[in-house]
Structure formats: C-alpha cells, structure tokens
Design a protein around this ligand. Structure first.
Ligand code: NAD
Ligand code: UD1
Length: 331
C-alpha cells in the first residue's frame, strides 16, 4: 500500500515509517518540521534502504492537504501530526485546538473526497483520565484536564462520526500508553525540544550531565513503592502495532490500546536504566506533579486478539535503546 504518514519525521512517526517500509509498503511523509528535522528522512532511508517521499506541508491547512491528495494516490493515512505537550497546551489552547483538530478534519475530508478508505489515528491513554487501571477500550472516558487531552478525545469523536456517515471510510483509533526507547540502530529516536517534561528524556538528560538529578514527583501514591506507575512501551513495538492496525482495517471504527499491559514505577524505571546502561542517576523525591494519576496501564487483550500484535521488547531494551540514541545523536 502507498501510505501517507503525517508527522512522519517526528518521534513515533519516523519509527512507524521504518516498520511500514520493512513490511513492504511505500511511504509519503507530510510534516511541517515544527517539532522534527528533515535529516530524519535520510535516516529512515539509511535504515531501510528504501526511498521515501517527503513534503514539507502543514496538514492543518486545507489547501495544502487538498493539493497533496490531488497529486498522490494513497491507500491509507496514518495521522501522527499534532502538538503534544500537555503543559504548553494550557498556555496555548488556540494553537492546540486549531492544529490538532483542523488537521484531523481536513485529512478525513480529503480521504472521503479522494476515496481513501484506511485511516489510523494517534490517540492517547490520557482519554481514560483517572479510571481504575487496567484501562479497557470499552471504559467510559473521563474528562481530561488540559486542551491537549481534549483534542484527542474530540478527534476520536469527529472520526467516529465521519466513519458512521461514510461507509467507505474506516478508522483505527490507537490509544498509546508511554512510548520510550529508540530504533536499535541509534539513528532515530526522540529529540525533545526545550526542557523535557516526560520521565525518560529527563533521565537521559541527567545521565548526560545536563541536569544534576531527577526529581521524582511524589512517593506517596498507593503503588508498590509510592511512585507513579505507567505502561512504558518500546517505540518499535508501537510502530509495528500501527502496521498491524493499518493492514487489519475492515469497516467502521475500532479502538485499540497499544501498551504492554505491565506497570512500572518511576523508581523501577530509574533502576532499570541504571542497570541496563551501567550508570548512576541521582534523584530526589519532591511534591506530586499536579494532574498526575497514580497508576496507568493497558488491558491489551483486544489488540492481541484482533491485530495479532503483542509488545515484545522489555524495559531493559527500552532503556538501552533510549540511551544508545542519546549518546549517538548530535545537534
Ligand atoms: P512529535 O512531536 O515527535 O511528532 C509530531 C510531528 O508532527 C512532528 O514531526 C511535527 O513537526 C509534526 N507536525 C505537527 N503539526 C503539524 C502540522 N500541522 N502539519 C504537519 N506536521 C505537523 O510527537 P510524537 O511523540 O511522535 O507523537 C505523534 C502523535 O502521537 C501525536 O499526535 C501525539 O499527540 C500522539 N501521542 C504521543 C505520545 C507520546 O508519548 N509521544 C503519547 C500519546 C499520543
Ligand atoms: C504524560 C502526559 C500525558 C501523555 C503521556 C504520554 C503530563 C501531565 N501528562 O503523562 O498526557 O499522554 O505523557 O506522552 O505531561 N515523572 C517524574 N519526574 C519527571 C517526569 C515524570 O517523577 O521529571 C513521573 C510522573 O509523575 C509519572 C511518570 O514519571 O508518574 C511518567 O511521567 P511522564 O513521562 O510525564 O508521562 P505521564 O505522566 O504518563
């Protein structure tokens, strides 16, 4: 299949391009490089030894989307493009709503106008809010506390309504848990801009000596060691889940959790990183971060059954690959 990958030079998008190409599909990337670099296209080509088309365009711009679809014939779209920083979304709600919602609307509209049936959407476990883990696709979604989370919940609703009204348009909504790690080559990985907010990029920055220590946000949660528990998933497992989701799209809308089903605490991840890489990471326990929940992990039964997909890489591999990329990457 010839697949349009929006946000394909970004963190998850670039790894998914590798998996798509390795599965024999062709890839056209559309990215405005607002949070990524053009060199990533060459890295994807280097890893896969395949050609990739790249268009530097804004997919929240209707005319640019229309032009892209009129000049290419796509069999499917994987829509990663969007803004993703929770804290920033509280300061810049208009940017977040317009970028994340217009892109979804214009891409869905173009799919209908140009007869593209398969659409895969990047959603997030954030839509489950403070439900009781493990999170199941059938759970009632709880209101999110920030505009970023709201754009995911609204995009899911928009795509569901569009698919209901157009039988020729089918959607796979993927709710990601916490992707970390990098491609084993060390050529592509996560390049966070500015101050990192997520745990793994913060740990790698401490390991690099950019920061003195990690601040652990709270040790009084009701978890095994009092620190927050999350479902960390290797980004290559996540990438492979996208290929399965795309290939298995049939009709209507299906929602899938992409996680490992395993919870890991902040201190467990820290220890795993130290052991996997032979490093020591100083840390200090501080106050809880507002808006954080205690425990978040997936029920992965549906993806295992319907997509024949299961995450296979463990926490040590995630830590080793994240650090390999960080040590190889130069600005
Ligand atoms: P990323 O920022 O690395 O990648 C997003 C890409 O989209 C970037 O390359 C950026 O330049 C591009 N982009 C943004 N707006 C655009 C626009 N209007 N037109 C064209 N390109 C645009 O982020 P990521 O971590 O790879 O996340 C990909 C998707 O997955 C996002 O939708 C994100 O919300 C979602 N998601 C990410 C996580 C996570 O932990 N990384 C978790 C859940 C969901
Ligand atoms: C964050 C986002 C969430 C998004 C998810 C995946 C916030 C508030 N939430 O959630 O919307 O879907 O990433 O991208 O940003 N931690 C520390 N010290 C740090 C950083 C994190 O102790 O410096 C802890 C957190 O309290 C949490 C765990 O590490 O318990 C993971 O944090 P993080 O990587 O930010 O992911 P989420 O909180 O799951």
């Amino acid at each position: 299949m010839n697949i349009l990958v929006t946000g394909g030079t970004g963190y998850i998008g670039s790894h998914t391009c590798v998996s798509l190409l390795e599965a024999g599909h062709s890839v056209v990337i559309a990215d405005n490089l607002s949070n990524s670099r053009k060199e990533t296209v060459n890295k994807i080509k280097e890893i896969t030894n395949r050609d990739v088309l790249f268009h530097e365009i804004d997919v929240s711009n209707k005319d640019q989307v229309k032009k892209l679809f009129s000049n290419n014939k796509f069999d499917g779209v994987i829509h990663f493009a969007g803004y993703k920083a929770v804290g920033e979304s509280l300061d810049l709600p208009i940017s977040y709503y317009s970028n994340n919602l217009f892109s979804t609307i214009f891409l869905a509209e173009a799919c209908i106008n140009y007869g593209v049936r398969r659409f895969v959407f990047s959603s997030s476990a954030t839509v489950y809010g403070d439900n009781q883990a493990p999170f199941k696709e059938t759970m009632k979604l709880l209101p999110t506390t920030n505009p970023y989370g709201s754009t995911k919940e609204m995009s899911e609703r928009i795509l569901t309504d569009v698919a209901k009204a157009n039988s020729s348009f089918s959607v796979s909504i993927l709710r990601y848990f916490n992707p970390i790690g990098a491609h084993q080559s060390g050529l592509i990985g996560e390049i966070p801009k500015g101050h990192p907010n997520n745990l793994m990029p913060y740990i790698t920055n401490v390991a690099k000596g950019k920061f003195d220590k990690l601040f652990v946000f709270g040790n009084d949660y009701s978890t095994l060691d009092g620190t927050g528990v999350r479902d960390y998933i290797h980004v290559m497992d996540l990438a492979e889940g996208h290929v399965k989701a795309l290939e298995s799209i049939d009709s209507g809308v299906e929602v899938f959790n992409l996680g490992t089903g395993q919870g890991t605490s902040v201190l467990q991840l820290l220890k795993a990183f130290e052991q996997a890489n032979g490093l020591e990471i100083p840390y200090e326990i501080v106050e809880r971060r507002p808006g954080d929940i205690a425990t978040c992990f997936a029920d992965t039964t549906k993806a295992e059954k319907h997509l024949c997909w299961k995450a296979k890489r463990g926490i040590f591999e995630m830590c080793r690959d994240a650090w390999r990329f960080e040590t190889q990457y130069t600005d």
